[in-house]
Ligand binder design. Structure first.
Ligand code: 2HG
Ligand code: ZN
Length: 454
């Protein structure tokens, strides 16, 4: 179908103001947050509700036009950005921001896919509840995007990834049909777990429009501590002790280089008088003040210096040293980002090997979620000609260590060629069968997740 005709039909569904064709207006939907991935959309369409999403998909399906669902466009693997050929309709879910009534007995709430995480947090906290997943991009990341990518973030050590915190979804299929699994019952053994399948499917199987979220009680007493340590091995040893605490919610690490860059770019004052090789940021929360039990476990730990905060503003100040890594690195250049999991026993060796693996091709900044062995390898200054070789060297090393080439950001388009490194041929064949069953003509997120060459 010619472009003009499709635009007219989409306009009839969502209204003139919500079909964006002007390149200047489309631009923020066509480039990712780091500036690394950029593409061209046929147009951007912004439906208001599930019925409009279904109508948009029916039209695109009928015309054989590929569709790229998009949330807050905070993804870091190119999965939210269209390809270069201007073929895809970018389907922005950001107008689906509804919040249903809270069900305190079931500990559930139903929300629209376009709701930003921070808006959900602002809604829930005064009511005494929380969503278990939290991440630095909370102001712009949407629940739908977090579900599509099975986002992890900072509290996985206590609450698990997004998949564990989503009880049900409503999603629109490639042909416009609506799949309703919103009931999200605590017990429901009636066949395949379609909600679990859609979480982490990166927009390749269906478009999530609403979600039934599991909630956890808001814990009013919190303590945050920033620990300065000799090495990653000693951070892992300290964390091993802290895991005894049920109140442990967060265990994040960063190194001296990353902290120096954050201080330089943000103007924050240094947390300690001297520099230290490794920092571990931990947080405990409870119905009672958890600072005593944290202090007790830290007493005999091998820690160089500690800063402790109890008040919200002070806790946020400590957390900023970790959370501001992404923006500080971005301010210094367009990074090559490799989000990986390495089993904890192999993690110090992996990080120690990075300079040799890189052989001068870029400067590494490593930080991440220590409890899960989730390292964000950020590389600045890698020449475009070296990017593929560097990516391969790092991801090969991750695979050899028994890790995963994507811990929490997903595969997107960045890692599709490397999927075979940590998923078997049998795994990939099953994934292809599922894709073919749900989206036989391959219209949803066509450049994402599954490699095109196999
Ligand atoms: C985080 O943990 C995010 O802050 C982003 O996953 C990581 O910028 C990155 O590489
Ligand atoms: Zn992360």
């Amino acid at each position: 179908m010619d472009r003009e005709r499709l635009v007219q039909q989409l306009t009839a569904v969502v209204g003139d103001a919500h079909v964006l064709t002007d390149p200047a207006v489309r631009a923020s939907y066509e480039t990712d947050f780091t500036g690394r991935y950029t593409g061209r959309a046929r147009c951007v369409v912004r439906p208001a509700d599930t019925a409009e999403v279904a109508a948009v998909l029916r039209l695109c399906h009928g015309s054989g036009v590929p569709v790229l669902p998009q949330g807050g466009n905070t993804g870091l693997v190119g999965g939210s950005v269209p390809g270069p050929d201007g073929g895809e309709v970018v389907l922005s879910l950001r107008r689906l921001t509804g919040i249903g009534p809270l069900d305190p007995d079931a500990r559930r709430i139903t929300v629209g896919a376009g709701l930003p995480l921070a808006a959900l947090q602002r809604h829930l906290r005064p009511l005494g509840w929380e969503f278990g997943v939290d991440l630095a991009a909370r102001d712009s990341a949407t629940l739908g995007g977090m579900i599509a990518t099975n986002a992890g973030g900072e509290r996985v050590v206590k609450y698990g990834t997004t998949r564990a915190n989503v009880a049900g979804v409503e999603a629109v299929l490639a042909d416009g049909g609506v799949l309703d699994r919103l009931a999200g019952l605590p017990k429901d053994n009636t066949g395949y777990d379609l909600t679990g399948l859609l979480v982490g499917s990166e927009g390749t199987l269906a478009v999530v429009t609403r979600a039934r979220l599991r909630l956890v009680p808001h814990l009013p007493h919190r303590v945050t501590a920033l620990l300065a340590l000799d090495s990653l091995a000693s951070a892992i040893a300290v964390l091993g002790r802290l895991r005894l605490l049920e109140s442990l919610e967060l265990a994040e690490f960063f190194t001296a280089d990353g902290l120096a860059l954050v201080l330089e770019r943000s103007g924050l004052p240094a947390p300690f008088r001297s520099a230290h090789p490794v920092h571990l940021l931990v947080e405990c929360a409870g119905r009672r003040d958890p600072s005593g039990e944290l202090a007790e476990l830290l007493e005999e730990a091998d820690v160089r210096e500690v800063a402790v905060a109890l008040q919200d503003a002070d806790r946020r100040r400590l957390a900023a040293y970790r959370e501001r890594h992404t923006e500080s690195i971005n301010a210094a250049g367009i990074p090559l980002k490799l989000d990986v999991t390495v089993p904890l026993a192999a993690l110090p060796g992996f990080v120690a090997d990075l300079p040799a693996l890189l052989a001068g091709r870029g400067s590494p900044y490593v930080f991440g979620h220590l409890a899960e062995g989730n390292v964000h390898v950020n590389l600045l200054g890698v020449a475009p000609a070296d990017e593929e070789a560097v990516t391969e060297a790092v991801l090969d090393r991750v695979a050899a260590a028994g890790g995963s080439i994507s811990a929490e950001h997903g595969i997107g388009r960045a890692k599709a060629p490397y999927l075979h490194l940590t998923r078997s041929a049998a795994d990939i064949a099953v994934m292809r069968s599922i894709k073919a069953a749900l989206d036989p003509t391959g219209l949803l997120s066509p450049h994402t997740l599954l490699p095109t060459d196999a």
